[in-house]
Design a protein around this ligand. Structure first.
Ligand code: NAD
Ligand code: ZN
Length: 454
C-alpha cells in the first residue's frame, strides 16, 4: 500500500467504512495517513474488539488504495480478560496476505492438540529446528504433536547452539546439512521451535532450501510470540551488522502455546513486554491503557493476561503487515525506539542488553524527542516512564553511551534515506505516531545530550 505513496501525494486519510452498509458495533478502525511532508506518515488505529471493517482512502488515491483490514481474532477479550482465552480453544488471529494468509493460534495447552500442527504439514517429512536450551524442554512434546495418530509423517530434528552469536551462516549450514542428509524434499516442512533467533534462522533456511519449503513457527519467548514470528522477516546476521542477510518468507501457521512461557527467565519475559508496550504507543491507545492497569498481572505471568497481550499484539502486527508486508513505509512504525535502541545494542556489545531492554531505553528517548518538538503532552512522557518501570525495563541508556556513539550508529541506520535519518516519533494523543525525517535536528541533539554524560 505505502509503496504507491509518492512524495508529491496529497494529504489523505483512511477511515473505517461499514462493510455491509451498517456500522459495526464491536469494532472501530480509523487510520489516518498524512503525507504533508515527503517522509511523514501518521497512523492511528483504534481497535475496539472483533469484526472486520473495510478501510477506504479519501483523495485521488481512493480507489487504487482501497484495502481491507482482516487481522481479526475469533474470540473477543475485553478489559475484564475473559476466561475464554485460557480455555483449550485457541484464539485465532489471521494474517491477511492473499494466498499467503495464515493463522496465528494462541492459547494454553496448544501443543497437546496435534491437529493444529498436523493440518499444516503437507508432505511426509518434517525437520524441527531448535536449540540446546529448548530441546530438553519441548522437543519431545512437539514430535508427539506432529506424529500422534499420524504414522505417515517422519520427524527429524536439528539442535543448534543457543545464542544470538550463532545466528550466522555456519549455524545455518547445520540446518541444511541435516535437511540434505535426511533427504528432505520440496514437500517437507521446517518447524522453528524457539525464540526469535531460531525463528529467524529456521525461516531463512525454509525460504532457501530447495528454493522454498513449508514453514511453521512455534515461538517460545514473549518477543517471538508478540513480534518476530509474525510477518515473515527471516534472516541471519553478518559480522558487519545484524539481520543483513535474509528474506521475507511467510509461515504456514504460527502456534503460540502460552504454557511455554512458564520456563522463560524473568529478564527475557520483560524484554518481550517492551514490544507489547510499543504497539500501544504507536497505534492502540486502548491496549496501552489496558497494560497500565494489568502490567502487574503480566509480570506475574497470569495466563489470561499473557494470552490477551499476545493476541492484541499479534492483531496489531498482523494489521500492519497486511497493509505493508515489505516495509515501504507503514511497517517502519513498528520500529519505535529501535533506532536509539540499536545504537545501545551495538554500543554495549550484542548480548549485554537484551533487544527489548535496548528498545525500552530507545522508546524513552523517542518520547523525549517527541515532547521537545512539542508533539506530545508531558503526561504521556510520564506514562511511558511509569509503565516501563512497572515492567522492570530500563528508562535510560547505559551510562557508557556517548552522544558520538549514538550518532555514529544512527548514521548507518536502515531508515536513513538520502542522508536523512527518519525516525518514528509520537505525535498527538496516545496511540498516534509519525515516521518522518522532518524534525528539528537541534531537538535531537538536545535529547542525546540529556541522556548521555559526554
Ligand atoms: N523477524 C522479526 O520480525 C524479528 C522481530 C524482533 C526480533 N527479531 C529477532 O529475534 C531475536 C531475539 O529473539 P528472542 O528475544 O526471542 O531471543 P532468543 O531467541 O535468543 O531467546 C532468548 C533466550 O531464551 C531461551 N528460551 C527461548 N524460549 C524459552 C523457553 N520457553 N523457556 C526457557 N528458555 C527459553 C533461548 O534459548 C535464549 O537463550 C533477535 O535475533 C532479533 O533480531 C526478529
Ligand atoms: Zn524489536
Amino acid at each position: 500500500m505505502a509503496s504507491s505513496m509518492h512524495p508529491s501525494s496529497p494529504c489523505f486519510s483512511l477511515q473505517s467504512l461499514p462493510s455491509n452498509g451498517s456500522v459495526s458495533k464491536s469494532r472501530t478502525t480509523s487510520i489516518f495517513l498524512r503525507l504533508g511532508s515527503p517522509t511523514a506518515i501518521s497512523l492511528r488505529s483504534l481497535i475496539a474488539s472483533r469484526g472486520s471493517d473495510r478501510i477506504g482512502i479519501g483523495g485521488e488515491n481512493a480507489g487504487r488504495m482501497r484495502s481491507k483490514v482482516l487481522a481479526v481474532s475469533t474470540q473477543v477479550m475485553d478489559e475484564s480478560v475473559s476466561k475464554a482465552t485460557i480455555s483449550k480453544v485457541p484464539t485465532i488471529v489471521k494474517v491477511d496476505l492473499g494466498d499467503r494468509s495464515y493463522p496465528i493460534y494462541i492459547g494454553s495447552g496448544l501443543l497437546n492438540q496435534p491437529d493444529l500442527l498436523q493440518r499444516h504439514v503437507h508432505g511426509k517429512s518434517v525437520l524441527v529446528v531448535t536449540n540446546t536450551t529448548i530441546a530438553p524442554l519441548y522437543l519431545d512434546k512437539v514430535v508427539v504433536a506432529l506424529t500422534r495418530d499420524n504414522p505417515k509423517v517422519s520427524v527429524e530434528s536439528v539442535i543448534l547452539p543457543d545464542g544470538e552469536q550463532y545466528k550466522d551462516m555456519d549455524t545455518l549450514m547445520k540446518v541444511f546439512d541435516k535437511a540434505i542428509e535426511s533427504r528432505l524434499d520440496r514437500r517437507s516442512t521446517f518447524v522453528a521451535l524457539g525464540g526469535g533467533v531460531i525463528g529467524d534462522m529456521c525461516g531463512f533456511a525454509a525460504a532457501t532450501f530447495l528454493r522454498g519449503v513449508n514453514f511453521i513457527q512455534i515461538p517460545t519467548t514473549v518477543m517471538a510470540q508478540v513480534d518476530s514470528s509474525v510477518g515473515g522477516k527471516t534472516g541471519i546476521n553478518h559480522r558487519l551488522g545484524k539481520n543483513l542477510i535474509g528474506s521475507f518468507y511467510q509461515p504456514q501457521c504460527v502456534l503460540v502455546d502460552t504454557d511455554t512461557l512458564n520456563t522463560l527467565p524473568d529478564r527475557e519475559l520483560a524484554s518481550g513486554f517492551a514490544e507489547v508496550i510499543k504497539y500501544g504507543l504507536i497505534r492502540d491507545a486502548e491496549f496501552f491503557e489496558w497494560q497500565e492497569k494489568n502490567m502487574h498481572l503480566l509480570m506475574a505471568r497470569d495466563p489470561s493476561a499473557l494470552a490477551y497481550a499476545i493476541k492484541r499484539s499479534c492483531e496489531n502486527k498482523a494489521e500492519v503487515v497486511s497493509l505493508d508486508e515489505k516495509e515501504s513505509g507503514l511497517r517502519a512504525t513498528l520500529n519505535l525506539g529501535h533506532t536509539f535502541g540499536h545504537a545501545v545494542e551495538t554500543g554495549v556489545g550484542y548480548g549485554q542488553w537484551l533487544h527489548g531492554e535496548a528498545v525500552a531505553a530507545g522508546m524513552v528517548m523517542a518520547v523525549d524527542l517527541s515532547h521537545r518538538l512539542g508533539w506530545i503532552d508531558e503526561s504521556l512522557v510520564r506514562r511511558v516512564d511509569s509503565i516501563l518501570k512497572q515492567a522492570k525495563l530500563p528508562t535510560a541508556p547505559p551510562e557508557s553511551m556517548t552522544v558520538e556513539m549514538f550518532k555514529s550508529v544512527m548514521a548507518v541506520d536502515k531508515k536513513v534515506a538520502d542522508g536523512l535519518l527518519r525516525l518514528i516519533l509520537l505525535r498527538g494523543p496516545l496511540g498516534n505516531c509519525v515516521f518522518t525525517g522532518d524534525y528539528d535536528r537541534l531537538a535531537l541533539d538536545e535529547t542525546l545530550q540529556a541522556f548521555c554524560k559526554s
